[in-house]
Design a protein around this ligand. Sequence first.
Ligand SMILES: Cc1ncc(COP(=O)(O)O)c(C=O)c1O
Length: 455
Amino acid sequence: MPDTHDVSTPLTPAASADLTPAANVSSDEEMWDIVDHHLVRYGGSFAPRLIERARGSYLYDRQGRKILDFTSGQMCATLGHNHPDVVQAIHKACEDVLHLFSGMLSPTVVELADSLCQLLPPALQKALFLNTGSEANEAALRMAKLHTGGFEVVGLSASWHGMTAGASASTFVSARKGYGPTMPGNLALPTPNCYRCPIRHCQDQCDMTCLEVGLDLVDSQSVGAYAALIVEPVLSAGGVVVPPEGYFQRLQAYCQERGMLLILDEAQTAFGRLGSFFAFEQLGLVPDILTLSKTLGGGLPLAATVTSEAIEVDCYEKGFIYYTSHVSDPMPAAVGLAVLRVLAGQNLAEQATTMGAYLKDGLLKLKDRYEAIGDVRGRGLLLGVELVKDRTTREPDPEKGAAITRRCLKLGLSMNITALPGMGSVWRIAPPLTVTYEELDEGLAILDQAIRDCQ
Ligand SMILES: Cc1ncc(COP(=O)(O)O)c(C=O)c1O
């Protein structure tokens, strides 16, 4: 029997805590001391600058120093940071309604459904509004399982679909080790990365042998209960890998032959980034389920799972549940509406094509000058730059990648580098779609100097 606690001795010092703003004004040093003492490190170490303000393509630290953001935050702020229409939508939602009982709808949610579905083809007219990309994929996988009666999910070996149980089980690029069993039935296909052919067959041009070999392997491991295949149009976290022409058609045919659903995860690619409103337009197919997240909220947590009426009706009849505290919340919906209206009003997809070509050209010029750059790839304003020790062996250079990335930040440019075992060290470059030529020139000049400084 444990000792009972004497309630007259408080377990926490809550009563004496001083939470007035003045008591919390701290120097940078004190701030970092608090970080060390009180924040869980959820993804390696934190970037060494505290960001106090953000506008357009720039972040500003506590000292007011400007940092050009070549990652659109976490690939979400496609309209730039704190877009005035997004800010206005938040203000209005604060006056109207922020949050409701999950089974209750607000006019903003209805209007968002209407606006979003006007942009989508007839086979994608039923939307569920959630908050994160993980959740959107989780809901998609649950729908696919309920609809098909199967449970097996096929994903690509360099995929990232999120951190919730189902989404992380089909995430193969990293974050798998040390957490015990994943959901049963998750099978991986090799990623068609022609710079690092997964089956050591092609070089620089994928002939899709990896896909045929992979599909055979998946079929041989399957227990005959397929539910879905989930895939990103461009594998972003996996090193900005653009699958070859015809790849997605083959995946779709494979799904149709087996009665499984094709889920397209457009967390990063929807709403202009690749040069079209949705990436599936460029792929020439309509998925059974489309998941949207990051770019739908322009920096606020809004995501959607969109499917056909037939799948929705079937799932509803089978008792589909995806009930969260913030499903259909009015405030993020108001933001999503603002994002869609800005996107419709400005041709940001075209902007992504033009600015992306300009940026790619600048990066290719850097490649001409620096041996460390092994490859420049990507589409629209989602570009990848791979760093190598040697262009012939293509040995990755994660140390140099990390050093240049740190130097860039010191010089005022925020860059995101992935350094995954066996996958190389790749910058994912994705500025806001509203970026200007001057800003691209500034970023390229900083990158040039940072590479030179780290030779
Ligand atoms: C393609 C893709 N899908 C899903 C997710 C997960 O989204 P979230 O982090 O909002 O849960 C991400 C996040 O990076 C992603 O890149």
